[in-house]
Design a protein around this ligand. Structure first.
Ligand code: MTE
Length: 399
């Protein structure tokens, strides 16, 4: 079948891929178009696409994500709400208080000596990942993320449950609050970044690892951007619950009143304060997937398509299948899962598919082992969270 001359771009128009057939051979080109000049790359820092400079928010080019099960730190998105704090590890103390028998104030050395080191491979994804896809319907405020506000890493540190057990959990305890050291100023008001998770999540599945106080990412100390010296790491939950530059843990009978739990990271139809206050906080991430790379297969009429897929964030829930369509969902072609499949972590997939002439878009849909499949589109919400509709790459004839 002859494919004459194609260009393809992602649905949200942040990046373009151009495909062409020159004579008998296929060639491929990836280039930033002037239209996307907002995608400023700061090479000194990382090869990331900067979505906002201050605070610093940046994500990798999607094709960088599909090659490694563990995302290298230089390709790992950064989501900051305020200024990154500079923390002296010798002066650092982590306090544990609230509904505990024995409040603690621990140095890094004490944390390392008192508790067993554990590790877990888990995905961190921003609740706003893929936010720009809502904008095809109506604009939404917030960092304009493409599908790269996600990464998978091996996190190591100590079990939060071990730390809380040393402090002694009181009977009334139901929630665990986290607070970071970063200062955030919004409209002249100062806040700290924080939030909470149910205590049941901390104790869930033991002795299997789940919530940890992580000091290492992919075998190396956390970088300043990713929360040095310690962050909470809550597998299965949206990234906002994994608090960087962690300074304080409070055990309580109720959820945290921190702005980032009580007043945002919620699914609401409008941002009216009373509606936001009444809505529940988002905890678990949803089943999701994205196409990260599309390449012609030389000498064939096929394209090699690669990407990631993530099962909804519950223990034991894993990706069961990933399917691609070129006809808007009438027919599907199954992709191969090509990476380890673990609880709370993404899986990488790949497929070689025929793209018939006249195809407008290639779309992907993942289904998890609980039987949940991504919807064709996600319902709009005013804060632009948890987009998980079928992810698309546009494929259009240009000549
Ligand atoms: N922790 C602090 N202290 N401050 C922050 O701004 N951002 C949160 C979370 N933890 C944030 C934070 C959000 S919204 C996300 S998605 C993740 O960190 C991103 O983690 P990363 O920057 O390491 O990728």
């Amino acid at each position: 079948m002859a494919i004459d001359h194609f260009s393809a771009n992602r649905l949200n128009r942040r990046e373009c891929l151009a495909f062409a057939v020159a004579g008998a051979g296929l060639w491929w080109q990836s280039r930033p178009f002037d239209l996307f000049a907002a995608d400023v790359v700061v090479p000194a820092r990382h090869d990331l696409l900067v979505r906002t400079e201050t605070p610093f928010n940046a994500e990798p080019r999607l094709e960088k994500l599909a090659n490694a099960f563990l995302t290298p730190v230089e390709n790992f998105f950064v989501r900051n709400h305020g200024t990154q704090p500079v923390i002296d590890p010798r002066a650092y103390r982590l306090t544990i208080g609230g509904a505990v028998d024995k409040p603690l104030s621990l140095t890094l050395d004490e944390i390392a000596k008192k508790f067993t080191r554990v590790s877990i491979r888990a995905t961190v994804t921003c609740a706003g990942n893929r936010r720009t896809e809502f904008a095809t319907e109506k604009p939404v405020p917030g960092v304009p993320w493409d599908a790269g506000a996600i990464g998978n890493a091996e996190w190591s540190g100590v079990r939060l449950s071990d730390v809380l057990k040393l402090a002694g959990i009181k009977a009334e305890a139901k929630h665990v609050w986290f607070e970071g050291q970063d200062q955030i100023t919004v409209n002249g008001q100062n806040r700290t970044f924080g939030g909470s998770i149910p205590l049941s999540t901390v104790l869930e599945g033991q002795p299997a690892e789940r919530v940890i106080l992580a000091d290492r990412m992919n075998g190396r100390p956390l970088t300043a951007e990713h929360g040095f010296p310690i962050r909470s790491l809550v597998p299965g939950y949206i990234g906002a619950r994994s608090v960087k530059w962690l300074s304080k843990i409070t055990v309580s009978d109720r959820p945290s009143s921190n702005f980032y739990l009580a007043q945002t990271y919620k699914l609401v139809e409008e941002n009216a304060p009373e509606k936001v206050a009444a809505a529940s906080p988002i905890y678990e991430f949803l089943t999701n997937s994205a196409i990260c790379d599309v390449q012609p297969v030389a000498g064939t009429d096929k394209f090699a398509v690669k990407g990631y897929a993530l099962a909804g964030g519950r223990r034991g829930n894993r990706i069961a299948e990933v399917n691609l369509t070129t006809d808007g969902g009438k027919t599907w072609q199954r992709a191969k899962l090509v990476s380890p499949v673990v609880d709370f972590g993404w899986v990488l997939w790949s497929a070689e598919i025929k793209v018939p002439a006249g195809t407008e878009r290639i779309q992907v849909k993942a289904t998890d082992s609980e039987g949940t499949s991504q919807p064709a589109r996600s319902p709009w919400n005013a804060q632009g969270y948890q987009y998980n509709g079928w992810h698309s790459v546009l494929v259009k004839k240009v000549t």
